[in-house]
Design a protein around this ligand. Structure first.
Ligand SMILES: Cc1cc2nc3c(=O)[nH]c(=O)nc-3n(C[C@H](O)[C@H](O)[C@H](O)COP(=O)(O)OP(=O)(O)OC[C@H]3O[C@@H](n4cnc5c(N)ncnc54)[C@H](O)[C@@H]3O)c2cc1C
Length: 449
């Protein structure tokens, strides 16, 4: 790095917030699929730091990549070339929880789990939850409009963000820190930054509406004979407002993961050709017996947790899938939105007779979001197949009126399919917005747009 640039950053943020060595963790994504070449990581501690950094980078045409927990699955949080990484980890102050409005005010670099730990004493929690909760940060969640496990009941993250502070590429600190549930004063500017994957500015603070911790919870784990049965169960439980999560898993991945656990802890022996559903219900005065009877219409094979430890174990079987796939090799990950009854059909179109490399589908069936994971033994093989699979898969998704990204975002992975997804006119509008906020294209270049 040019010594003049280093000196400028030293003046702005101090030597202790500049990292130039051992940058592997900042350059490499969670899946080991994307590797950047950054030579410089900055760790701002205040919004003013972020402002000065962006202003300088904008004036000197230096490209930057905002990074939070780096758990993103589309290569959005790592550089492609030698962009400067702006790591938000040190902006981790929680300011307050207002019990009257149920709004938490926090810097954007707080780990999701830490927000929940803080809220616990108030008997509140964050309105979204995902497997990466121990590593992902608030700002990363907001920038990806993260989905996760509770969307069935609580809806999307976007609805819970009451206010934001955002630093624009020109260094301006935009105060959008609204705390009113109702604020009908024209265009809601903060919405532009939610889900924009660090391409318009850096989110530094947020006001988030929290939800009460439910008094009771129960986890049901079902074994079903066919995918049609999964859909029948879904139709039945959709009407029940106590359903917090509805997760689907194929037998073939649960069976593969069996040896991660001692046999007597498993709810089932797991069969390659069977289908498994995890349903969590939550609320006051749960009618567990009634719910069980309703489920028995579809299967006798039902396990219900008896205590918190068992609930956690049943959830582990679902949540470990992403990690276990990663351990098998290099994984192509898709998360698409389509009508839930088309999940099996879609996978069968891509891999007739389920032949080809090891692949599974699973995910948040309750909100129409399926994850398809395909494992390759080498990165070269993965890249060779990638385009072929995507042309077919995304074409089918489009024909079903679906979305090529239900929750992970676009990043570098799906950028070239944005026109297919959005159409020319919408894309043109998005480019105009990008140009307005970031005329020099310094923010997260070659991601999303
Ligand atoms: C095991 C596992 C399970 C997961 N489960 C889910 C799931 O159920 N649902 C789901 O939606 N995702 C899931 N993910 C994906 C990922 O965790 C989410 O996308 C998460 O929201 C990313 O948060 P992060 O802090 O890691 O952000 P990062 O990965 O660091 O960044 C994500 C994007 O946001 C931008 N960004 C980060 N911070 C800021 C900021 N402060 N201002 C502006 N831009 C910023 C980055 O440039 C990047 O484009 C999972 C990932 C893993 C590893």
């Amino acid at each position: 790095m040019h010594s003049k640039i280093r000196l400028a950053f030293e003046k702005m943020v101090g030597c202790s917030n500049i990292i130039t060595q051992d940058l592997n963790n900042y350059n490499r994504d969670w899946m080991n699929k994307y590797v950047g070449q950054s030579q410089l990581v900055l760790t701002p501690q205040t919004s003013e730091h972020v402002s000065q950094i962006l202003k300088y980078c904008n004036q000197n045409q230096l490209k930057v990549v905002p990074q939070s927990g780096n758990t993103g699955l589309v290569g959005g949080s790592v550089p492609i070339n030698d962009e400067i990484v702006i790591s938000m980890r040190k902006m981790n102050k929680i300011y307050e929880f207002d019990q009257n409005s149920a709004i938490i005010t926090s810097e954007s670099g707080v780990i999701l789990q830490n927000l929940n730990d803080y809220l616990f004493e108030y008997k509140y929690q964050m309105p979204w939850d995902l497997g990466a909760r121990g590593s992902c940060l608030l700002g990363g969640n907001i920038s990806t409009n993260a989905g996760g496990l509770n969307v069935v009941k609580h809806g999307l993250l976007r609805n819970y963000i009451m206010g934001l502070e955002v630093v624009l590429p020109n260094g301006k600190i935009l105060n959008l820190m609204n705390k009113n549930r109702k604020d009908n004063t024209g265009t809601d500017l903060k919405q532009l930054f939610i889900g924009s994957e660090g391409t318009l500015g850096i989110i530094t603070k947020a006001n988030v509406l929290c939800i009460p911790i439910p008094q009771e919870k129960k986890v049901f784990f079902l074994e079903l004979q066919s995918f049609q049965d999964v859909i029948k169960v879904l139709q039945k439980v959709k009407k029940n407002e106590q359903v917090l999560a509805f997760e689907f898993m194929e037998g073939r991945i649960l069976k593969k993961n069996k040896n991660r656990h001692s046999q007597n802890t498993l709810p089932f022996q797991f069969d390659d050709n069977k289908y498994y559903v995890l349903i969590e219900i939550a609320g006051q005065q749960l009618n567990v017996d009634q719910f069980s009877i309703e489920m028995m219409e579809f299967t006798q094979e039902i396990i219900i947790n008896q205590n918190e430890k068992e609930a956690q174990f049943l959830w582990k079987l679902r949540e470990e899938i992403a990690e276990s796939m990663g351990k098998m090799g290099y994984v192509l990950k898709y998360d698409v939105s389509i009508p839930p009854d088309k999940f099996e059909w879609l996978v069968n179109q891509v891999y007739p007779q389920r032949e080809g490399p090891f692949h599974v589908y699973y995910g948040h069936v309750g909100d129409g979001n399926v994850h398809i994971n395909i494992v390759f033994e080498s990165l070269e093989h993965l890249h060779k197949e990638e385009d072929k699979i995507e042309l077919k898969l995304f074409g089918l998704v489009k024909s079903l009126g679906g979305s090529i990204s239900a929750e992970h975002g676009i990043g570098q992975h799906k950028r070239k399919y944005m026109e297919l997804q959005k159409g020319k006119d919408v894309l043109e509008c998005l480019y105009s917005i990008k140009k307005l906020f970031d005329p020099n294209s310094i923010m997260n270049p070659n991601k999303l747009l």
